[in-house]
Design a protein around this ligand. Structure first.
Ligand SMILES: *Cc1c(COP(=O)(O)O)cnc(C)c1O
Length: 531
């Protein structure tokens, strides 16, 4: 299986090259040259498979055996998911006959990104080791320096994915003092020598600007081979397809034979739900995929209008409650709204480009060249005008596979309360609550036999502020008893490693990276310093 860019060109890459490259040089995203179909007997053969067995079965359809043999793949997958706390990896919890919650937060950092990043870290390590083993003695070894910025919730998943990996260093910048104490501790208590937390005196935007500047500095980039682990990496999408299959088998066992499943996915960069689209296209039976956004609703607006447009033109009707725009709808730089579900606070959804390619391909009658040119044009207009409108046949095609809803902060809080107040009582994190709220709005449009499966993307303890705000009035609610996992107890008191960066300066961050990476394999000097 080869991969090519959504923006056209003749280059085709192996899986390994696509994974190590991330973003295509022409700005596009890598997609497989065809979507594989499932083996004829998959329903019987796979029905008792564990998460690991399903991973091997599904992933091997996208990776040539001469790149990764089934045994190598199995070893990598087993290692990746041995860090999860639940035997099913992604258990489906039954809420009612019509509703299940697929819990994706049983990995090391209690959020869904672990599913993909645990595997990505092992793939990086495997490919680099294999390349380096082929080098002549004395030849420079290939290394990777991963740099990223976080507002708190996603940095830890990257750190846990790459901790202790050979030939890889990771530098994560966070705004000092502006990250919740639990999230800060999740990152800084990782003391592996290759992990470097930089607490930057400044804002998240400052951190992001510094990271962008480092990637734009070609000399620095080439010298250190900077890498990103952002959600456009193909391996992340691929790893995420597996839980759709697992959920299909686990939920089917508990519902009437004729029931159709509908997956409802809280969405930011469109990565989680895109994996569901691939599963659907491979032949996994399901109803329309449901996109659930917060107030950053570029996707919900697309499905309403066919316009993919950066800035919100007007508040969505009926969605914006009094909480938004007043205490919550803080309009931050660049038009991103701060919400109670911060991991979905985005202006554009980077992985949406992959779906656009498939829509353009269909519209172009199956011409790959025409699809690439069309997507390239759309993305160019997005960059210059901040908006693009797709033809009506493209919108109609998108509506055949998806529905979309936008959920306000007020609806999010109300949903957390309503799922706590019933039996069985369930404490949902705010991202999951966006999915649950959207499921409720969409249900009346479905066939009555439909069973909804809402993807739960974070453990509620990770977003304690919103959960506590929603439930503090409930006399029966006790955060420590109902929510706090044992793993978080004592976390704040553990040994920490963090480098203070005294001003938001690209030069200071470069100095830290040079000092650490330049020092070779010994990273002793990097602990708890400041620059
Ligand atoms: C990243 C993230 C999401 C959004 O996932 P996408 O793949 O960007 O759509 C939702 N919830 C949580 C908790 C996340 O960390």
């Amino acid at each position: 299986m080869k991969y090519f860019s959504t923006r056209g060109g003749n280059a085709t890459l192996t899986f390994e090259e696509a994974v190590l490259t991330g973003l295509a040089p022409n700005g596009g995203l890598y997609i497989p040259e065809h979507i594989p179909t499932l083996p004829g007997n998959w329903k019987e053969d796979w029905k008792e498979y564990s998460f690991v067995e399903l991973s091997v079965a599904v992933l091997s359809l996208y990776i040539s055996p001469d790149e990764l043999s089934p045994d190598e793949l199995r070893t990598l997958v087993e290692k990746s998911y041995s860090t999860f706390r639940h035997p099913d990896i992604a258990p489906a919890t039954k809420i009612s006959d019509k509703l299940f919650i697929l819990e994706l937060f049983h990995g090391p950092t209690f959020a869904f990104k672990d599913v993909a990043l645990q595997l990505l870290g092992n793939l990086f390590e495997f490919f680099l080791k294999r390349r380096n083993a082929l080098k002549a003695p004395g030849e420079t070894q290939e290394k990777l320096t991963v740099v990223g910025a976080t507002s708190g919730d996603t940095g830890s998943a990257a750190i846990y994915g790459l901790r202790n990996k050979a030939n890889i260093s990771i530098f994560i910048l966070h705004p000092k003092g502006r990250v919740s104490p639990i999230q800060e501790a999740q990152m800084t208590t990782v003391t592996d020598a290759n992990v470097h937390n930089l607490a930057v005196k400044g804002t998240f935007d400052d951190c992001q600007d510094i990271v962008k500047a480092l990637f734009a500095d070609q000399a620095f980039n080439a010298k250190h081979r900077l890498g990103a682990v952002n959600s456009i990496n193909w391996a992340r999408i691929l790893a995420q397809t597996v839980y759709y299959f697992l959920a299909y088998f686990h939920v089917r066992r508990q519902v009437p034979a004729g029931a159709e499943l509908q997956f409802v996915v809280p969405t930011g960069n469109f990565g989680d739900i895109l994996a569901g689209y691939y599963a659907k296209r491979m032949g996994l039976p399901m109803g329309r995929l449901a996109v659930a956004t917060n107030a950053n609703d570029i996707l919900a607006r697309f499905w309403r209008s066919g316009r993919y447009e950066k800035a919100a033109s007007a508040p969505a009707e009926g969605a914006a409650g009094p909480v938004e725009g007043a205490s919550d709808g803080k309009q931050a730089v660049g038009g991103v709204r701060e919400t109670l579900s911060p991991a979905m606070d985005i202006l554009v959804s980077s992985n949406f480009e992959r779906l656009l390619w498939y829509l353009a391909y269909e519209s172009a009658g199956g011409s790959r060249a025409a699809a690439g040119a069309t997507v390239n044009g759309w993305m160019g207009r997005m960059k210059s005008d901040g908006r693009v409108e797709v033809p009506v046949d493209v919108l109609e095609a998108a509506r055949r596979d998806f529905v979309a809803e936008r959920i306000s902060d007020e609806q999010t809080l109300e949903t957390i309360r309503s799922f706590f107040d019933v039996q069985p009582s369930y404490v949902a994190d705010p991202h999951t609550a966006v999915g649950l709220a959207a499921a409720r709005l969409i249900a009346p449009q479905n066939d009555p036999a439909t069973v909804q499966v809402v993807l739960s993307t974070a453990h509620p303890a990770k977003f304690s502020e919103a959960v506590t705000r929603a439930l503090s009035a409930s006399p029966s609610f006790d955060f420590e008893r109902d929510v706090l996992p044992v793993e978080f107890q004592g976390l704040l008191d553990r040994e920490k490693r963090v480098i203070d960066v005294e001003e938001p300066s690209e030069e200071l961050v470069k100095r830290v990276i040079e000092d650490v990476v330049g020092a070779g394999t010994s990273h002793e000097g990097s602990a708890n310093g400041s620059v």
